[in-house]
Unconditional design. Structure first.
Length: 200
């Protein structure tokens, strides 16, 4: 009789995310009744911490391939959770959880967009610099030393601008996006607070 009374039927949920977002999920999902049952971050850390220095590049590549990489270079990991299927206020919790996940997705989209735009600007100026360097080489081959030097200087300037603009442009994009990110973070915290109250 006691076994029947204590029986709990669980539902399971897997979340594929980046290491950067994993902490947020781990800290927040318990507010929706979920318990973390598997976290493969430690597995990746184990591979990285035990790399063979003799074949470092190969081992890093294997580790990245094993755990996958997202488009922005962040390691993709899987978090697995479980929850009582008969949890109280399940419909309300699911609705709040959906709002929470939508807000996190919006934040990730903003960050990816900023990273892509920053990289595009840096690469664009770098490519222009490379074109000038190519023209410089051609000018030297054609015995046009003055023009070759001019193109070389312009090429070096293009590369320098591409290198140093990366951080500046990135900071500017982050500042511009900050209000939108904070808006979505407010949604994240508010949904967690409401969900936690339903479990109390």
């Amino acid at each position: 009789m006691n076994n029947k009374e204590n029986f709990v039927s669980y539902e399971y949920k897997s979340i594929n995310t980046t290491r950067r977002s994993a902490e947020m999920y781990i800290d927040s999902m318990n507010n929706f009744g979920w318990t973390l049952v598997e976290d493969d971050r430690s597995g990746f850390d184990h591979l990285i911490n035990n790399l063979n220095p003799v074949n470092l590049g190969h081992n890093i590549a294997n580790a990245a391939q094993t755990f996958g990489e997202t488009a922005d270079g962040s390691v993709a990991i899987t978090l697995k959770f479980k929850r009582d299927r008969n949890i109280e206020n399940k419909q309300k919790l699911n609705k709040l959880e959906k709002e929470y996940e939508d807000a996190l997705s919006a934040i990730n989209r903003i960050e990816r967009k900023n990273a892509a735009q920053t990289m595009g600007i840096s690469m664009g100026t770098g490519i222009i610099g490379a074109v000038f360097v190519g023209l410089s080489v051609y000018s030297f081959i054609s015995s046009n030393v003055v023009l070759g030097i001019l193109f070389a200087v312009l090429g070096a300037i293009g590369w320098a601008i591409g290198f140093f603009s990366n951080k500046k442009v990135g900071d500017k994009k982050s500042t511009q996006a900050e209000p939108k990110v904070q808006e979505q973070l407010n949604v994240v915290y508010n949904t967690c607070e409401k969900a936690h109250a339903l479990l109390a």
